[in-house]
Design a protein around this ligand. Structure first.
Ligand SMILES: [Zn+2]
Length: 247
């Protein structure tokens, strides 16, 4: 079974053919809400399609203009199986106060994740140092979605108990290829971040494109595609089942 550990199938880009895209291949799709409306839409989709796993969150970019939705999103987490999309985005948000707000919001979601024993799928652009300091004080299973750092930082994430998730953009990104080659398969997940991060620039990405990621990892690691697919599925399942070691 293929796994897309991070997608946004609720967005308007899929209004024309959502059902087809969801059923196009045998796949589990984690749909991540980014604000109140998309969290609601995510829950609706999960009700309708068995292969959609609902993730509830609040995108860090929205600390700018959707702060009034934060509490409502926190409340919706009880209906999701995963917490996402949450994290830190220092790439788009440069203002110090807004970055502090991102940390404050992230911690609120992490507290819920720890209490309810839910995995968290994290968006990080530029805030890795702060993030690792924060996550160190929680006992949570976490994944860095669309990881964009070096092998060294990937190993740091693994040391802190996290997994690294890789999108189809890997076919045109040498840094991600190096990471996928170097880190052990035990710590890798696949995703698409659909409709973003496609294998070709400006193309609409879709969940079944995780096949492209599996193929690329297979080439880099010289392991059969089917073995990669099965191992990634196991890694995903273990997010919900594995016992946590104290950090
Ligand atoms: Zn996303």
């Amino acid at each position: 079974m293929l796994v897309d550990s991070h997608a946004h199938i609720d967005v308007k880009e899929f209004d024309m053919d959502r059902e087809f895209v969801i059923n196009e291949c045998q796949i589990l799709i984690v749909n991540a809400g980014v604000d109140f409306q998309s969290n609601l839409h995510t829950l609706e989709l999960a009700k309708k399609y068995k292969n959609i796993i609902p993730a509830i969150g609040f995108h860090p970019e929205f600390v700018k203009d959707k702060v009034n939705e934060i509490d409502k999103c926190l409340e919706l987490t009880r209906y999701g199986k995963i917490i996402s999309e949450v994290g830190l985005d220092y790439f788009w948000i440069k203002d110090e106060d807004l970055r502090k707000k991102q940390i404050e919001v992230l911690e609120k979601f992490l507290q819920i994740a720890e209490k309810e024993n839910k995995p968290v799928i994290i968006h990080i652009r530029g805030g890795m140092k702060d993030f690792l300091e924060i996550i160190n004080s929680y006992r949570i299973r976490f994944v860095i979605h669309s990881f964009e750092g070096s092998v060294k930082i990937a190993n740091k994430v693994i040391e802190y108990g996290g997994l690294i998730s890789i999108p189809p953009i890997i076919v045109r990104d040498k840094v991600r290829q190096k990471v996928a080659k170097e880190i052990p398969l035990d710590f890798i997940l696949t995703e698409t971040d659909s409709p973003f991060m496609g294998p070709e620039k400006m193309s609409r990405n879709k969940p079944c494109n995780v096949k492209i990621v599996v193929k690329q990892i297979s080439l880099l690691k010289r392991i059969e595609e089917i073995e990669i697919e099965e191992k990634i599925y196991k890694n995903f399942v273990s997010l919900f089942t594995s016992s946590l070691t104290t950090s």
